[in-house]
Design a protein around this ligand. Structure first.
Ligand code: FES
Length: 131
């Protein structure tokens, strides 16, 4: 949908005709974006991963977003300056691990993914009105 159609739909009050573009669709927690050449932190997904952790088991949370085993590190040195965050839970529990890689409370989701989603929406709307 281009900007003209979007504005016309807004004027008609037909927001149902506005279809979200693929760019801002929240990726499922299993969807992973890979940029093998990049060495910077990327969002593996825009929503956290719900994971059952076992007490006493060591985990390595991917902090760079390049791992193919999100939210955990796969050991591939995609971003050598960014180390995985290693942790060992003290009891069995189900948690939400960050997949957007913007959390301040790694490896756990702190809601920062809403900023990522909001930024993508703003960029999309800006792009829609440039056309
Ligand atoms: S998924 Fe990263 S803060 Fe929620």
């Amino acid at each position: 949908m281009n900007a003209g159609c979007f504005i016309a739909a807004l004027r008609r009050g037909c927001l149902q005709t506005f279809r979200r573009p693929q760019l801002i669709l929240p990726a499922s927690s299993s969807t992973v974006q890979h940029r093998p050449q990049s060495t910077e932190v990327i969002a593996a997904a825009r929503l956290p991963c719900r994971v059952k952790l076992k007490a006493g088991k060591r985990y390595a949370w991917c902090a760079c977003g390049h791992s193919k085993k999100q939210p955990f590190c796969d050991g591939a040195p995609k971003a050598p300056s960014i180390e995985p965050l290693r942790f060992t839970p003290e009891k069995d529990r189900t948690v939400f691990l960050c997949a957007c890689k913007q959390t301040k409370n790694g490896p756990y989701c702190d809601g920062s993914h809403f900023k990522v989603i909001f930024r993508d929406v703003v960029n999309y709307v800006k792009g829609a009105f440039k056309k």
